[in-house]
Design a protein around this ligand. Structure first.
Ligand code: ADP
Ligand code: MG
Length: 339
């Protein structure tokens, strides 16, 4: 008699949750990404006590079809990819179908979602992975997602949570990056009753930068625009007199997805050449657009890391684009071109 057993779904979800839901900001990230994938124009996030006590994300996107609401909480249930081929041409932020079951395994979740114009909606309540209610309700098109008492049933993880300020810092940082990656969406963030972010959602990246960094700083930013056969590069960089003490002021967006990428950050720095004081880093928002086949986003469960298939060519293009932007503003003499 063998000893190997298949884990039951609940246990499998709890294990996956350990990877997907590291802290409250991971919940915000997954829910807001779902709202973005649903085509929302407005996304409202409310949090209490650093998000450990309460997180609510309300969107005006497509909503979840009544027949899909229970299934959405099953593991590997997704509407975003169907075949192996899709995996190499991902255009949505999500695709793994892991977020909802993971979040529901380690918190108390209540979702109200309507997918039509008739006001007909459904409500589901799940606590620690167990379904407590599933019923008809009334709501406009869109999704209202509440997460209470994160990690209430995983004390080891709860104990690992940092202060409210630290957890909130991770949430605001992420919301700022999203606001910068998608200036066409209106984002709002409120914590313990205080409004921390409010963007217009009119597509103007400089306005989104003003909401995040303040108007004075946004006015010190200059546009970056460049195109190669494979890549379209756009964004804003601050003039070299506006600097930061670390790389956190660099936001890299690949096909609408905020990512962390050391190589691109290095290429941006190289573009500034010697204009930055030693140990100072720029403020930059660099958006890269390319065929989905040129970038692998399936590197890590949180999808913050990506791999580029032609990385040398891309880094060269980024460096040149930054350099050209600074030259246009005569911040670099044009004789230094190509160095
Ligand atoms: P993934 O985003 O990888 O597909 P999730 O577990 O995050 O997986 O979500 C499962 C499915 O639930 C999604 O594929 C989508 O169809 C649906 N869904 C989740 N959140 C929303 C939302 N805010 N609006 C519309 N549909 C949603
Ligand atoms: Mg998702």
């Amino acid at each position: 008699m063998g000893k190997i057993r298949l884990l039951d779904d609940h246990l499998a979800n709890q294990i996956a949750a350990g990877e997907v839901v590291e802290r409250p900001s991971s919940v915000v990230k997954e829910l807001v990404e779902n709202a973005i994938d649903a085509g929302s124009r407005t996304i409202d996030v409310t949090a209490e006590e650093g998000g450990v006590k309460f997180i609510r994300v309300v969107d005006d996107g497509s909503g979840i079809e009544p027949d899909d609401l229970e299934l959405a909480f099953e593991r590997h249930a997704t509407s975003k990819i169907r075949t192996g081929k899709d995996l190499f041409a991902i255009r949505s932020l999500g695709f793994r179908g892991e977020a909802l079951p993971s979040i529901a395994a380690v918190s108390r979740v209540e979702v109200l979602s309507g997918a039509g114009d008739d006001g007909v909606a459904r409500r589901i309540v799940i606590e620690g992975g167990a379904k407590l209610a599933f019923e008809e309700a009334a709501a406009p098109r869109g999704t209202d997602f509440r997460v209470k008492d994160l990690f209430y049933n995983t004390p080891a993880r709860l104990k690992y949570m940092k202060t409210v300020q630290t957890e909130l810092g991770h949430i605001t940082d992420y919301m700022y990056r999203l606001a910068l990656s998608r200036p066409d969406i209106a984002f709002r963030l409120e914590h313990n009753g205080t409004q921390l972010l409010d963007t217009a959602g009119n597509g103007d990246l400089q306005q989104a930068a003003a909401a995040v960094y303040g108007t004075a700083t946004a006015k010190r930013m200059i546009p970056v625009e460049a195109e190669t056969p494979d890549y379209k590069i756009s964004g804003w960089i601050a003039r070299p007199d506006v600097t930061r003490s670390n790389r956190n002021g660099i936001t890299v967006v690949v096909n609408g997805r905020y990512v962390r990428n050391f190589q691109v950050a290095q290429a941006i720095l190289a573009g500034f050449h010697t204009l930055l004081p030693i140990n100072r880093y720029p403020l930059a928002i660099v958006r890269l657009e390319m065929e989905p086949t040129l970038v692998d986003v399936n590197v890590h469960p949180a999808k913050l890391e990506v791999r580029f298939s032609k990385d040398a060519e891309l880094m060269e293009a980024v460096q040149r684009a930054v350099r050209a932007a600074l030259q246009r503003e005569t911040l670099i003499p044009s004789g230094m071109a190509g160095r």
